[in-house]
Design a protein around this ligand. Structure first.
Ligand code: GLC
Length: 767
């Protein structure tokens, strides 16, 4: 195999906004996307169309650089890129000259046949986080990974690759941070010093360009903000998708779906969503309904709606080969299916038997696919679950000669699922008019947050999978995916009652809270576990509904800044070594102020690390000083959950679904702390796109312990809150006999709670 290492610079030219450097082996291009974002592309055959599935931004126009015989120095306000010319190497520094990341001097960028690889220096204290849905530890140092979207059915807790590709990581060393996004959809590889005797880290791909974006912002959160600026942020999700979701493979008839829904209402267990897995279809034909078992889908969704439920239905890419079936006939006639180079349609077996696969890389195919959803939207479906889109087929070895768009399978496989989710999102968004669709996908590539939520595929009913699932949710958050979930209870196998209860309690703090189970497993619904367990499960789901105002505001943050709901502690406590300790690595912040410590179902106390600051146990208000670990009680009735001192957490009363208005009281809970804090409360209709035109209700709530004041800013936006009253609830405060003052007037002496009208004006509360 020919091996080439990027050699000496022959020429340097600036053309418009790109700096072009030529060597004998390849051409390097450098663009500045922003002060802290620089893109490098090193290619043997650069495609001038320069398209990306992930990136939605364009480079900035002008940048300054200085050139000498030995190097080119390009400087922005945040970054310094020193390009050594002999040989060509790319080395990044902070603006004041501290090393962020350098090429390995000997090997830098190189090729072995079509493979392109970049070897980089590894620093003694360097840690790595990211890559999205991957097994292993929070700190990926010493591990290696492959990206090749795979139907990883029955995967163990060490499996790799899995379903998704997020070739983005953050490096942390010497008190500094940087990020690197390798935008290449070929099969790709990352090695964080696993097998190089700690000499180098490296990444590469089976083909394509060495095409990466370097992020030089300081702070993990800032890098994530830049990464989601580049690749896009999620829209506001439909509020109902944040409620409890019940799924199973499969509820076999409309009658069974209704029965499940009725049982939730009868047992008074809040829930918003029920799923139809593949058996609602006629012979697994996508966009059909089984006309015996689901004879009247409209009647089904109407009845569900009357009970406050939404229906989500599954769609797979495989289109059954069956003349007379609309999608097959149309797709074949128009040439919409992926084909071999001789134009014969590719065939493989999936659930329906022999199938063709839509070529989602084409605009016309995506349009056609999107429009086909009338079969689901007309009867009232509002959620669309995209599965098997790695793509999966029995045998799992799609020939490399299958063409997608202009390219062959190996070049773009990793983006197939994303393009399916895109087609589904764009189509259903059109069909639903002003209503927000809910799209869920199993396979994904960077940027998928613009179209869809994700779940982590077919996990298993044991503790290690529950903990891994949490790490994957936290890691997906680093790569822009905020609306994420796992199959709660474990897809394969039957959880013990203790595991079901424990996992459900963790589900309260999982962005997408969905219980799902494989065909042939025991029923999983909350009432299947005996009265005592049902009561715990119910109480936890009720807590989820109490927290929805906080959760929804958290998604507003994701929408605006890319900050996910589930946050590894490495985001806020980057310099604290303990958060990377395998003992504590599953802990996370859920939103700004709730810290959750996942615990196995067999343990009833937990070793919990409390980062610096003060913390309150959620259920008791017991106060702890952080910067140390504690042994916390962890009965099945009370997952260790801690509230950060100074937290401002809006809650509501218990409702049975997000369709219910509730008692109209928004409860603002504040936990005393020594430092000033703020919370942006956000609300809108939870259903439509009117928020894009300013129809929202947003206000900042801030707590100033030095002035003994809690203040509410004036409301921004035209939306009228569904809560007509505000109830302030103070935790850990000492209120003197004078009591609380509202806008200068004394009310409720001595009390820790207070109710006032939710008008849009400024409010100042003194204690
Ligand atoms: C796949 C999915 C799973 C689904 C099943 C049947 O295994 O990952 O969630 O239930 O297919 O559609």
């Amino acid at each position: 195999m020919q091996t080439e290492i990027l050699g000496n610079t022959n020429s340097v030219n600036k053309q418009g906004n790109v700096l072009i450097i030529k060597t004998n082996e390849a051409v390097a291009r450098i663009w500045v996307y922003g002060d802290s974002i620089i893109r490098i592309n090193v290619s043997k055959s650069f495609d001038e169309n320069d398209t990306s599935f992930a990136v939605i931004r364009n480079p900035a126009d002008i940048f300054d650089y200085a050139e000498s015989d030995s190097e080119i120095v390009l400087t922005t306000s945040a970054l310094k890129l020193r390009v050594s010319k002999l040989p060509l190497r790319f080395n990044f520094y902070t603006a004041d000259g501290k090393v962020l990341s350098e090429d390995d001097r000997r090997f830098g960028i190189n090729w072995q046949g079509e493979r392109v690889i970049n070897y980089r220096k590894l620093y003694p204290d360097e840690k790595f986080i990211g890559l999205g849905e991957k097994t292993g530890n929070l700190n990926r140092r010493g591990s290696s990974y492959v990206n090749w979207n795979t139907d990883a059915a029955l995967h163990g807790v060490d499996a790799d690759p899995l379903y998704k590709t997020f070739p983005f990581f953050i490096g942390i060393h010497s008190g500094l941070t940087y990020g690197l996004f390798f935008d290449n959809t070929h099969r790709s590889y990352f090695d964080f010093g696993a097998t190089t005797d700690e000499q180098m880290s490296w990444f590469g791909a089976d083909g394509g360009d060495m095409n990466y974006y370097f992020f030089g912002a300081q702070g993990v959160a800032k890098i994530m903000e830049d990464y989601t600026w580049l690749t896009g942020r999620m829209e506001m999700p439909p509020l109902w998708s944040l409620g409890y979701q019940q799924c199973r493979w499969s509820y076999m008839s409309a009658a069974e779906v209704l029965d499940i829904a009725e049982n939730f209402r009868k047992e008074k267990i809040p829930a918003d969503v029920i799923y139809c897995d593949i058996d609602y279809m006629d012979g697994f034909k996508i966009f059909t309904w089984n006309n015996e078992t689901f004879a009247d889908p409209k009647e089904l969704t109407d009845k569900l709606k009357a009970m406050g439920f939404r229906l989500v239905t599954i769609v797979d890419p495989g289109i059954k080969i069956e003349p007379g079936y609309k999608q097959y006939d149309e797709g074949l006639a128009k040439g919409y299916f992926a084909a071999y180079p001789d134009e014969e349609e590719y065939v493989a077996n999936v659930w329906p038997g022999r199938c063709h696969f839509p070529d989602f890389f084409r605009d016309d195919v995506r349009e056609w696919w999107g429009a086909s959803f009338t079969a689901l939207t007309q009867p009232g479906v509002e959620g669309f679950w995209n599965d098997m889109n790695e793509p999966a087929a029995w045998g799992q070895n799609m020939p490399w000669l299958v063409k997608f768009g202009e390219r062959y399978m190996p070049e773009v496989r990793n983006a197939y699922g994303m393009q399916m989710a895109r087609a589904t999102y764009e189509g259903t968004r059109k069909l639903l008019g002003n209503k927000r669709p809910f799209v869920l996908t199993r396979a994904a590539y960077s940027g998928t947050q613009r179209y869809s939520a994700v779940w982590t595929g077919d996990n298993s009913a044991y503790d290690a999978h529950m903990l891994l699932g949490q790490r994957m949710v936290n890691s997906l958050g680093i790569t822009g995916m905020s609306l994420t979930g796992v199959d709660i209870g474990g897809f394969t196998g039957d959880p013990t009652p203790a595991l079901m209860v424990r996992w459900n309690s963790l589900g309260v703090y999982t962005p997408m809270f969905r219980n799902h189970a494989m065909q042939g497993t025991k029923m999983r619904e909350p009432w299947c576990w005996g009265k005592e367990n049902e009561a715990i499960i119910k109480k936890d789901i009720e807590l989820r509904y109490r927290l929805l105002p906080y959760i929804y505001s958290g998604f507003y943050q994701s929408h605006k800044t890319g900050m996910p709901l589930s946050r590894t502690l490495a985001i806020n406590y980057t310099d604290d070594e303990n958060v990377f300790d395998v003992k504590y690595q599953n802990q996370f912040l859920f939103g700004d102020a709730i810290m959750v410590a996942p615990v196995e179902s067999t343990k009833f106390t937990a070793d919990v690390y409390l980062p610096a600051g003060e913390w309150y146990r959620l259920n008791t208000d017991e106060k702890f000083t952080g910067g140390r670990s504690i042994i916390a009680d962890a009965p099945l009735t009370d997952l260790p959950v801690f509230i950060k001192a100074g937290a401002i957490i809006p809650m509501q009363n218990i409702i049975q679904s997000t369709n219910e208005k509730g008692d109209g009281i928004l409860e603002i809970n504040v936990w005393y702390g020594k430092q000033a804090t703020r919370f942006v409360y956000y609300e809108d209709d939870g259903l439509t796109y009117d928020y894009e035109r300013g129809d929202y209700y947003k206000r900042e709530i801030s707590f100033h312990p030095d002035k003994q004041v809690i203040s509410f800013s004036k409301v921004d936006g035209s939306f009228t809150s569904k809560y007509d009253k505000l109830k302030l609830v103070l935790h850990g405060f000492t209120i003197d006999a004078g009591g609380l003052k509202i806008n200068g007037t004394t009310k409720a002496p001595g009390s820790h709670t207070l109710i006032l009208a939710n008008d849009k004006l400024e409010i100042k509360i003194e204690y």
